[in-house]
Write a protein that binds this ligand. Structure first.
Ligand SMILES: [Zn+2]
Length: 88
């Protein structure tokens, strides 16, 4: 039995359940057929344009909690890749 561990950022817009369905279709007839999927969700973070630190976006504001600067979308939260594949 194969187990596929995926890392998915919250920004990528994929829902775990839908992925499982797609995966089932894609994997059909391949080595991955019947494999189970595990997801690790990554919370999106903003990067401050002033101090460069990463922080979690608060509701309705892009303000940096460290220096009060403006945050912009960072690469954190856009993850979408297979982390590990285990054979059980
Ligand atoms: Zn800052």
């Amino acid at each position: 039995m194969l187990k596929v561990n995926m890392v998915i950022g919250d920004y990528s817009g994929y829902v775990g359940e839908a992925m499982q369905t797609y995966f089932g279709i894609i994997a059909e007839g391949t080595l991955c057929e019947g494999a189970s999927l595990e997801f690790t969700k990554v919370e999106p973070k903003l990067r401050c344009t002033e101090c460069g630190r990463l922080f979690k976006k608060q509701l309705l504001t892009f303000e940096c909690p460290y220096c009060g600067g403006q945050g912009e979308q960072s690469e954190v939260g856009k993850e979408f890749y297979i982390d590990t594949i285990e054979i059980e």
